[in-house]
Design a protein around this ligand. Structure first.
Ligand SMILES: CC(=O)SCCNC(=O)CCNC(=O)[C@H](O)C(C)(C)COP(=O)(O)OP(=O)(O)OC[C@H]1O[C@@H](n2cnc3c(N)ncnc32)[C@H](O)[C@@H]1OP(=O)(O)O
Ligand SMILES: O=C([O-])CC(=O)C(=O)O
Length: 355
């Protein structure tokens, strides 16, 4: 059942994937969480080894993909390229016309495995460098950073990236997952459903907020500027990116974990600057909106993840695509659930009044 994929208590700030709390999930490898979401239960050692081997073996992309990346416009957000290329690679998938559960699983593995390679290759080519071949011996997070930079990340950076993918992987019927499900509900193929998800994730009210957070932290530049920046925005009735949530009326549990990770990275790098800037933003928003106005506007999943990207030298143009690397497992879990239902999603227009 779709409600079994994810559980959110927006008042208590509890999040579970398949009945397992996010605080436990974040200690697992991304491959295990991806398996859990898609297969419905945690893998045993043998299942995990097999699933990981399949994923790691499917990371490479073909020559044509690199040729298309070279034709992209590098002055816009990377999600423009990612959306196009995911659509492009569907033509080369030998299972594109096989909608059996087995065919869909093979497509799922290729999508989860190749999206990080596409994002990293885009980044390297955009910066005048050659793409780096994936390293099958590395975890999802470590391999992504390796393909991005051309050298192995520190253990902490690899762990933070892995946890970012896990924390971003699933969130019930958020806008992009809903979009993917609607596409799957017509029995359209998995690539089309993932492209729908990517198009919807891009918006700044949803996954696009993470890129805006990175830009905002850069613009604020130092903790001394942060309070006035927030007060100025609020006085103009503008939103502070990375805050607020339709479901959480308390602190987002992923926000708490991301905040700890941001602090760990800041300490390890001996540079508290971005973390302290973010903390003043948070304290000001909470004082002005929660304490003075009683509005439940706390940091969401996009706030401290954006701060982490500052510490990992990840530019805003990559932030939404990196979110998608994690979220694709959630989209696929929902699509598989939807395929089983074999029922088209077709709400009536009056239902939009309640959204
Ligand atoms: C992965 C994700 O999608 S997580 C969300 C990522 N998006 C963002 O961070 C963008 C900023 N946040 C927002 O725009 C919103 O909080 C959303 C889209 C996440 C949720 O939207 P909704 O549930 O529709 O809340 P809505 O936008 O109506 O806001 C309710 C009130 O809180 C205020 N508010 C909500 N978010 C913020 C914010 N980030 N900054 C300032 N005020 C805010 C609104 O101005 C509104 O005030 P009002 O009642 O006085 O008019
Ligand atoms: O659930 C939502 O509405 C937004 C979302 O995707 C998330 O918080 O991860």
């Amino acid at each position: 059942m779709s409600k079994n994929i994810c559980f959110i208590d927006g008042l208590e700030g509890i999040l579970k994937y398949r009945e397992i709390d996010i605080n436990q999930l974040v200690e697992l490898p991304y491959d295990a969480v991806s398996y859990l979401l898609i297969q419905g239960e945690l893998p045993g050692d043998k299942e995990l080894a097999e699933y990981a081997a399949c994923l790691h073996g499917e990371r490479e992309v073909n020559r044509e993909v690199i040729d298309v990346i070279r034709m992209c416009n590098f002055n816009v957000d990377s999600i423009e390229a990612l959306r196009t290329i995911v659509s492009f690679i569907s033509q080369f998938d030998p299972d594109i016309n096989d909608s059996s559960p087995e065919g869909n699983m093979r497509k799922a593995i290729r999508l989860i495995a190749k999206i990080p390679t596409i994002v990293a290759a885009y980044f390297r080519i955009a910066n005048g460098k050659q793409p780096v071949l994936p390293d099958p011996s590395l975890s999802h997070g470590a391999n992504f950073l390796y393909m991005l930079r051309g050298n192995k990340p520190t253990q902490l950076e690899a762990e933070v990236m892995e946890k970012d993918f896990i924390l971003s992987a699933e969130h019930e019927l958020n806008a992009s997952t809903f979009s993917s499900r609607v596409t799957a509900s017509t029995l359209s193929d998995l690539y089309s459903a993932v492209v729908s998800g990517l198009c919807t994730l891009k918006g700044p009210l949803h996954g696009g907020a993470r890129a805006e957070v990175v830009t905002m932290i850069e613009e604020i530049a130092c903790p001394e500027n942060a309070e006035n920046y927030v007060l100025d925005k609020l006085s103009k009735k503008e939103k502070i990116m990375g805050f607020g949530h339709r479901v959480y009326k308390t602190y987002d549990p992923r926000g708490t974990i991301f905040k700890q990770l941001a602090k760990q990275l800041a300490e390890a790098k001996g540079d508290m600057h971005w973390y302290n800037t973010a903390e003043v933003v948070e304290n000001t928003v909470i004082r002005e909106l929660v304490e003075k106005k009683g509005k439940p506007i706390y940091p969401n999943v996009d706030f401290y993840s954006g701060v982490i990207y500052k510490y990992m030298d990840i530019p805003p143009q990559l932030a939404t695509s990196i979110f998608a690397i994690g979220r694709v497992s959630g989209w696929i879990a929902h699509c598989f659930d939807q395929y089983e239902k074999k029922k088209i999603i077709r709400p009536r227009a009056f239902m939009l009044d309640e959204c």
